[in-house]
Design a protein around this ligand. Sequence first.
Ligand SMILES: Nc1ncnc2c1ncn2[C@@H]1O[C@H](COP(=O)(O)OS(=O)(=O)O)[C@@H](OP(=O)(O)O)[C@H]1O
Length: 307
Amino acid sequence: MAEENKSYGETVKEVTGSVHRLPLIKVQGVPLRCLIANNFDSISAFRPDPSDILIATYPKAGTTWVQEIVDLLRHDGDEEATRRAPTQERSPFLEIHYPPPIPSGLSRIEKMTPPRVIKTHLPINLVPEGFWENKCKVIYVARNAKDNLVSYYHFEKMTFIQPEPGPWDGYIHKFMNGELAWGSWYNHVKDYWMEREKKNILYLFYEDMQENPRREVERIMHYLDLSLSDDVISRIVELTSFKSMKENPMANYSSMPDIFDQSISPFMRKGVVGDWTNFFTPAQNQLFDADYTKQMKDFDIPFRTNI
Ligand SMILES: Nc1ncnc2c1ncn2[C@@H]1O[C@H](COP(=O)(O)OS(=O)(=O)O)[C@@H](OP(=O)(O)O)[C@H]1O
């Protein structure tokens, strides 16, 4: 088929077929999808505008939720405006790379006018220096390790571009050993935590967002130096509820059927705190807790595994 006659979906299918579950490659000790690792120099060299906003998370910690909140805040709660395009186009993923012609995150970002809202899963030491030099606003979202792990496990079953998760019991060990894509959850949450004051990072918790979404939406609003009416804030809370986002084709990743097989597990899967209790056996829980205590020693980050 001639290149110009191919639909976007056909191109994605063809290209992702060739990157189907490729192994990870380490960059400075952090395992990354190989196409990200192979393009890491251009990612590091990215120069943001000082007005750009970075949303940083370990995968599956609540990125899409905060991307939607920030987009609505910046558009005064205008639902139509945020339905202009799917999440990955409105708020590009900094390090994502596919073979051409599928646009990389960088190429999407470069076509947009600042201020841009950029997503990353990079650990803090791999974030391009320009974000710190330009004093960009950075919002970090952290989610308790057990729910984060359960969510990642289901995600890896349904996405074709990361390694197979394998059996659940082994997956827990891969998580504890920092072998999953984007590396160690423990180092990720600790390193952003340590730098949050010096670098003026807004450090949020998924569990706090569940407990009191309005309070957290207001925190994000203040951090972004915005001031919206109570009614608009209420609308944003409603539009970013799990139910609304699950039904919103511009937020639920139904736009990427060739990369995500949502019949295996939906992107908007459960959206709760405490789902880990449905997966961890008592023995796995004991083992995980003992390891957690060691890995989080000297850190008092207020994670909650239930609310
Ligand atoms: N609005 C809202 N409310 C509550 N929970 C939500 C919401 N939006 C996304 N989610 C849940 O967040 C999980 C996906 O995380 P990410 O968006 O970080 O995924 S990704 O890393 O960008 O692929 C995934 O969690 P699990 O359901 O536990 O798998 C989503 O369901």
